[in-house]
Design a protein around this ligand. Sequence first.
Ligand SMILES: NC(=O)c1ccc[n+]([C@@H]2O[C@H](COP(=O)([O-])OP(=O)(O)OC[C@H]3O[C@@H](n4cnc5c(N)ncnc54)[C@H](OP(=O)(O)O)[C@@H]3O)[C@@H](O)[C@H]2O)c1
Length: 229
Amino acid sequence: MPRLTGRLAVVTGGSTGIGAAVSALLRHEGATVVRASRNPGPSEDGDIPIAVDLAADEGPDQLAAQVLAIGVPDLIVSSAGGFLLAPFADTSLGDLDELYRVNLRAPFELARRLLPPMKSRGRGRHILIGSVADHRAFSGNAAYSATKFGLRGWHEVLEEEYRGTGVLCSLVSPGPVDTPLWDPFDPDHRDDLPSRAVMLKPSDVAEAVLWIASRPAHVGVSVLRIGPA
Ligand SMILES: NC(=O)c1ccc[n+]([C@@H]2O[C@H](COP(=O)([O-])OP(=O)(O)OC[C@H]3O[C@@H](n4cnc5c(N)ncnc54)[C@H](OP(=O)(O)O)[C@@H]3O)[C@@H](O)[C@H]2O)c1
């Protein structure tokens, strides 16, 4: 029996990696999925692809408007993100701004538009994809970590502000996951990175998201941290 029949879900970053796995699993469980990214490709199993650059000034607002034209979502999964491995001394303000816009500004603005109608209706779940780098420091992660620590801080504020409204906020913080995010860094040929074989699979993170999304409304999940065994 599908667990999410009749639910409307918005998944950002749904073209590859974690977001694609989340979209597929939510669809499998009966949800109507709006799958947003710059290049989402054609509809898959009846989902609703939306092409949007979430790093652009108006990108998150444009996505929110298109979602609300369909309905008030039951579930938001903000997975779109960028990554960078570089020493702090080689990290430019442009690098920081690029990651900030997609990793933090975009989910912030999307939530600013979508959480109020969810609160008025009195139910919904907001799930952010954080990272092990939202609570642990790694060399080479200056810009990425700044955005992910920021994401966690913002999530904790949201949790407080939405407590008792019916809108439940969760942060899923995975360790390394074998996705195209690692392609520019070739982890299988570096001693300082885990090999792809030991990383989590995108489906592992998708299962974590589904577990949260399918809890009954009286169960909140604040933070879910998963990583390779
Ligand atoms: N992989 C890991 O080891 C790992 C670990 C912990 C956390 N995470 C987090 O998980 C999330 C997903 O990462 P992933 O590993 O699945 O990486 P990925 O395969 O590279 O996916 C990134 C997604 O974000 C979308 N995206 C990037 N820039 C965008 C923009 N400006 N506007 C709209 N969409 C944009 C991409 O789609 P388009 O190219 O179509 O725009 C793609 O769907 C990220 O937030 C990442 O920080 C990843």
